[in-house]
Design a protein. Sequence first.
Length: 325
Amino acid sequence: MIKRPRRLRGSENLRKMVRETRVDKASLIYPIFVKDGSGIKEEIPSMEGQYRYSVDRLSYALEEIREAGVRAVMLFGIPEHKDEQASQAYAADGVIQRALREAKRTFPELYYITDVCLCEYTSHGHCGMLCGQEVDNDPTLRVLAKTALSHVQAGADMVAPSDMMDGRVAAIRQILDENQFTGTPIMSYAVKYASGFYAPFRDAADSAPAFGNRRSYQMDYHNSREGIKEVLLDEEEGADIIMVKPALSYLDMVVKVKEATNLPVAAYSVSGEYAMIKAAAGKGWIDERSIVCETAVAAFRAGVHSYLTYYAKELAGYMDEGLIG
Ligand code: PBG
């Protein structure tokens, strides 16, 4: 036999030498939930090992992240008060705005991205302003833009709109530019599907819609060309990074998005992906470390440049141990 693929699998040194996909801690982004109140560090029942922190406890979380060697976080806010206008989303003393000021003061070396959406802040749990039972696109854009601006004014390094309204990237780019934040990037949740994988997050953020569902704004998972349409629109509107979400069931989209754009591509391994691994590992049915490594490397093999995951700290540790790398 002349060609023997096994020759290149003969030793660990050789396997690592010819490895096609390399992973690096610098690509990881860790999502954190910040809640109004004080003295809070509470575990999220559907996301074992993940917590909600009040602003005064946030530095514990940031310290752990820095110790693990993760450099970037994505902040989600859980306000005490929700209303129809989502007024806490853009309040100067809202939970995210206070969290940003505190985080930038205590851990200025980390990179802070904020999720820009209204579902955590509206009394009805939808991602935009309502007109009757409908989510009203254009009036929502002003509120999203105001929210993004307030995050950047409070210190956000990057904003990430996840609402799926049409035209939101343009609206956010315009307000940031008008306020001299021309250098602040936008990571667009461009290819975001209406997905059952977000259920644990909605428990965590208390953001499940009070009626209906999100299918009139998030994408139908039967579609892939529609995802490319979203990418091209967001690129035209000024997006700097494109995100695909969820990750694991949508890696085909990562490959297609990379063919369609030269912008960097991120994928978000969402709460349901995390919860499934935790639950099965808790039962002893799978080995948590192997599955976490395998699913993360799959995203990088598909081509992501950045990877958002609740397992960021663990993955950084596995890289240190040489389990993946
Ligand atoms: C806000 C938002 C959601 C997620 C990120 N931003 C929830 C949703 O769209 O319902 C989900 C993240 C996760 O499941 O980990 N719109």
